[in-house]
Design a binder for this molecule. Structure first.
Ligand code: ATP
Ligand code: MG
Length: 272
């Protein structure tokens, strides 16, 4: 099993859109795929996959003991913490795509959203165990959608990743901010074993090719990070959002789907 984490410096760059569409593409190719909403600050899966109502959320794996303590609930009703196998539910849109939701009402400063380094050390251990458990369940790919910028929960996801897709919009602060993010990540974690890629998203059509080449060279030369995809601004994607849907119909002739499938092909090639 391979873990692919979607991350960004700024919010709103397209992580969730790309993560879900790439997860669907993996699933359609027959890979057993699990997409995890690990954007704990601003979860989205619940509003996209309406009506699925999973019993347990991603947070439950990590915060069970803490919540018990907070409630002073030694003889609480639920004595044993949920296990990783209790979390995934089928997406109902693809047989091979399962989902894990995040708590829809984030408790800022609590548990995974706290700055408590000791808690996050424990959470990382739990995350590593969880990864092993998901592998035992037969998943080929784990796709994790994170909260933007450097926060301890997202860093833990990146630590367990086989690949990180760093999504940015190509403008001055997007490029500068992402360069800063990658440098910080490398000084903290190094590149050991993990493959990092850049995805330029929402690229306005008619952007000069020369400029696109310059951005790619910038990341390759300065940080040795390869570009895996250039996704144009696509009104079809934005239009889907009108209906609260980040999932784009995969029609082979549509440029968006072609780029998604190419990214999946490259990840398959590089990771498996
Ligand atoms: N290629 C694209 N073309 C047009 N619109 C896009 C494209 N990619 C994403 N969007 C739109 O941009 C908005 C932000 O996308 P999305 O929610 O996926 O970003 P995000 O990085 O997950 O944001 P956040 O950091 O808040 O979680 C959405 O309205 C989405 O429809
Ligand atoms: Mg998102």
């Amino acid at each position: 099993m391979k873990v692919i984490v979607f991350h960004s410096y700024k919010g709103g760059t397209g992580k969730t859109t790309l993560a879900l569409n790439i997860a669907i593409s993996f699933a359609r190719q027959g890979y057993k795929t699990l997409a995890i909403d690990a954007d704990l600050n601003a979860p989205t899966f619940e509003s996209i996959f309406v009506g699925l109502n999973p019993k347990y959320k991603f947070n439950d794996l990590f915060e069970f003991e803490l919540r018990k303590k907070a409630l002073n609930d030694d003889d609480g009703k639920e004595k044993s913490p949920p296990q990783p196998k209790d979390l995934p539910i089928n997406s109902l849109i693809e047989e091979n795509l399962d989902l894990v939701f995040a708590e829809s009402k984030p408790k800022f400063g609590f548990g995974l959203l706290s700055m408590d380094k000791n808690f996050h050390v424990g959470a990382l251990k739990k995350l590593m165990e969880t990864k092993n458990e998901f592998e035992k369940l037969g998943y080929d790919y784990l796709i994790m959608d994170t909260s933007p910028s450097l926060n301890l929960a997202s860093i833990n996801a990146i630590i367990i990743a086989d690949a990180t897709l760093i999504v940015l919009r190509p403008n001055k602060y997007g490029i500068a901010g992402t360069t800063f993010l990658i440098k910080e990540l490398y000084s903290m974690l190094g590149t050991v074993k993990r493959k990092d890629y850049i995805v330029f998203n929402q690229v306005v059509s008619k952007t000069p090719t020369k400029l696109v080449n310059q951005w790619q060279k910038h990341f390759k030369k300065r940080l040795d990070v390869e570009t895996i995809g250039i996704v144009h601004c696509d009104c079809g994607v934005a239009l889907n959002m009108l209906f609260g849907n980040l999932i784009v119909e995969h029609e082979e002739n549509k440029e968006f789907s072609k780029v998604i499938n190419k990214i999946v092909e490259k990840l398959n090639h590089d990771l498996l």
